[in-house]
Design a protein around this ligand. Structure first.
Ligand code: AHR
Length: 694
């Protein structure tokens, strides 16, 4: 439900007036005192503390971050014509077939053959894009295609970008819409050749489509049809959608987890994510079904595939661009336990463990998965003289990506996981002792399987355990003390997937509302207070297309042209852009616990800027005056900076039309001594930066 503007101005006025707030509020709410023990600093905050979880769910990759506009560009999906529609041009088009003889390459086996008996301006085909194609007036789009002329007299290919007309594409005469851009390709020959033209739309359209028609009668073969925006992140070829990357970079993320998520596992082992299939020539990457396509009956998406245009090289490059440590999560020889739960045998009875072409083996053993992990580390970090390092260098990155983490298994559970994790982790450590390994505690944050996995992984001296929690908002507020009694030594925690669910896990009615975001903010004070135990945390999932999602809530939503951060995004951003460098203890008056009276807090020092940073959550409908005592602070400055995210409406959400409905407001406030007063707005999350050294 949209929030009214006055609520936002209210938040700002609280932040600005600080201690000058009217006495009425004070009379109702006694001042809560927070003592920050600046002179008793704790452990350093890990640079990885607040990061990102990326999974290709909700059209996060194709149709999202990966901006190729043509769906099924190489005719390689199981339904070879997925995304394409033939247009017959008053019966001129007599045949359109998928052919495999003499393809452009052995890895790109299928192509389309069009035959027109007579010339017609409408004999050809249409591509629908990913819920349409988003194009901008005046921007440039590179159209490319491989063509081969067959018998007959086809002189060229007409390329039209258009907005569909009323009535949709009929096979005889498509309801032609407004033409946005047009070009013609000529100079065809009898052998495969790549052609390129640039299209410049005359108008902006969110749901355009591509029309390709034959110029003349005869036969023409087509493959690898691409329409790619030139406006990409860093203007790279095969680059990413800039507005979405910018939203990520703005967060100052500590790490980027990839590729998931259950997608790592696949519904079956054959459908697992295999990183080696995602690198090299983009045209040669073979698409794989996306496991989220038909997972939810309420959001059936049978046309969902992974083109792998955004593959592992692009992932490492993105991590580097946004300053995040890459954290790849790899399959541990287990298909998704919510689906087939298929297992790779730990070893092959009596036989060799990994056949030569092990990646395509029908029944890979665990060795295949281990080898993939070792090879990935070599791809990321190895020298040009190593086989996989050479592949990275050939793709254009001579320097290593400096990979430091690797996850073994996604959200696995039970003895089958632990049996596979142990030899896997040993093999990785034997070859790469400096790589930090992330292990899994399963899908639930508690219970028998969670306890057993956590205990065993600690016995095995696991470095980092990945915990997941998708729960109601109240769970997040009630569990703010979750980590208080975790051991400070040994295994560290990665809160690898979490999000408050306003209705229930998997419900299509879940909302990214303020109640969820504020509850997450409250919970995160508990992460920060335990930053000597929790070294990484990421909200999940990251992205969702408004017309093509399967799972909600999600941190960032977009359509084909626009995007926005949810209130949850802003909460994450307020943490990740204010991470600090050193933990500081905070105590409440009278020894009240964190969260007492619906007030939540944590504090860190930023030794680089010489500031004390407080995170304060007021989960109540009243304004809350607070006193902050900076015990032992040196040189407190005179002006503090406040960032406030607040709304009296717990149902408030952002949207494409109102992207900033709920967004942080900045203000300054006076600091006259080591004792600071401030008033927290109703239902607010506030970050205070106060100059002062420890
Ligand atoms: O974030 C969505 C899914 O939730 C992830 O793929 C999986 O790891 C978890 O169950």
């Amino acid at each position: 439900m949209p929030i009214s503007l006055p609520a936002r101005s209210l938040a700002l006025s609280f932040a600005l007036s600080g201690s000058l707030l009217g006495t009425g509020a004070r009379a109702q709410n006694p001042v809560a005192t927070f003592t920050v023990q600046v002179n008793q600093p704790g452990a350093p905050i890990a640079k990885t503390m607040y990061g990102l979880f990326f999974e290709d769910i909700n059209f996060a990759a194709d149709g999202g971050l990966y901006p190729e506009l043509v769906k099924n560009k190489s005719f390689e999906t199981d339904d070879r014509l997925l995304g394409w529609k033939a247009i017959r041009g008053a019966a001129a088009l007599t045949d359109y077939s998928i052919i495999t003889q003499n393809p452009i390459s052995a890895t790109n086996r299928n192509f389309l053959r069009l035959t027109a008996a007579t010339a017609s301006p409408d004999a050809g085909l249409l591509n629908e894009g990913f819920r349409g194609m988003g194009v901008k007036a005046g921007a440039q789009y590179t159209f490319s295609v491989y063509l081969r002329r067959g018998p007959g007299n086809v002189q060229g290919l007409n390329v039209t970008l258009e907005e569909p007309g009323q009535g949709g594409p009929g096979p005889e005469a498509p309801a032609s819409g407004r033409t946005l851009a047009q070009a013609r390709i000529s100079g065809l020959t009898g052998s495969w050749q790549k052609y390129e033209v640039v299209l410049k739309p005359t108008a902006t359209a969110a749901k355009a489509r591509l029309k390709l028609t034959l110029d003349g009668a005869g036969t023409l073969d087509l493959d690898v049809v691409s329409l790619y925006p030139q406006d990409t992140w860093q203007n790279r070829q095969n680059g990413l959608r800039p507005d979405l990357v910018q939203l990520l970079k703005d967060m100052n993320p500590g790490f980027l987890r990839f590729p998931g998520g259950c997608i790592v596992e696949g519904r079956t082992l054959a459908q697992r994510y295999q990183w080696k299939e995602t690198i090299g020539d983009v045209a040669a990457r073979v698409p794989l079904v996306n496991r989220w396509n038909t997972e939810f009956l309420h959001k059936f998406t049978p046309d969902y595939y992974q083109s792998f245009g955004l593959g592992f090289y692009e992932y490492f490059q993105l991590s580097e661009d946004i300053g995040a440590e890459p954290v790849p999560i790899l399959n541990v020889g287990m298909a998704c336990q919510f689906n087939s739960a298929e297992l790779a045998p730990i070893s092959r009875a009596g036989g060799p463990s990994a056949p030569a072409d092990h990646n395509h083996a029908a029944d890979p053993t665990l060795d295949t998965f281990i080898q993939d992990a070792l090879d990935l580390i070599e791809f990321a970090n190895g020298p040009a003289s190593s086989p996989w390092g050479a592949r990275r260098v050939a793709m254009g990155h001579a320097q290593p990506f400096n990979l430091k983490f690797i996850g073994i298994g996604n959200e696995q559970w039970g003895p089958q996981y632990l049996e596979r994790y142990e030899p896997f982790a040993k093999a990785v450590k034997a070859k790469y002792p400096n790589i930090n390994i992330v292990s899994s505690a399963g899908p639930a944050p508690d219970g028998d399987l969670f306890d057993k996995a956590s205990q065993r992984l600690r016995e095995l001296k696991a470095e980092v355990i990945d915990e997941h929690y998708y729960a109601k908002p109240e769970w997040f507020r009630d569990n703010v003390h979750r980590y208080d009694n975790y051991p400070t030594t040994g295994t560290k925690i990665f809160a690898g997937e979490y999000a408050a669910q306003s209705v229930a896990i998997g419900s299509p009615d879940n909302k990214n509302n303020w109640n969820c975001a504020l509850s997450e903010a409250a919970f995160m004070t508990g992460l920060e207070r335990n930053a000597d135990k929790v070294i990484m945390a990421s909200y999940a999932p990251l992205f969702a297309h408004v017309d093509a999602w399967q799972w909600t809530p999600d941190m960032i939503w977009f359509d084909n042209l626009k995007s926005y951060g949810t209130p949850n995004y802003y909460v994450q951003k307020m943490y990740s852009t204010n991470p600090g460098t050193t933990m500081l203890p905070v105590q409440r008056d009278g020894g009240a616990a964190n969260g007492a009276d619906n007030l939540f807090s944590s504090a860190v020092a930023d030794d680089k800027t010489g500031e004390i940073i407080l995170k304060l959550v007021n989960y109540s409908a009243q304004a809350r005056p607070v006193a902050i005592n900076l015990a032992g602070v040196k040189k407190p400055g005179k002006t503090g900076r406040a960032t406030v995210l607040a709304s009296a409406d717990l149902e408030a959400v952002n949207s494409l039309d109102q992207p900033q409905n709920l967004s942080p407001q900045d203000a300054t406030f006076k600091v006259s001594s080591s004792k600071v007063t401030y008033t927290l707005a109703p239902y607010s999350f506030t970050v205070l930066r106060i100059p002062g050294k420890r």
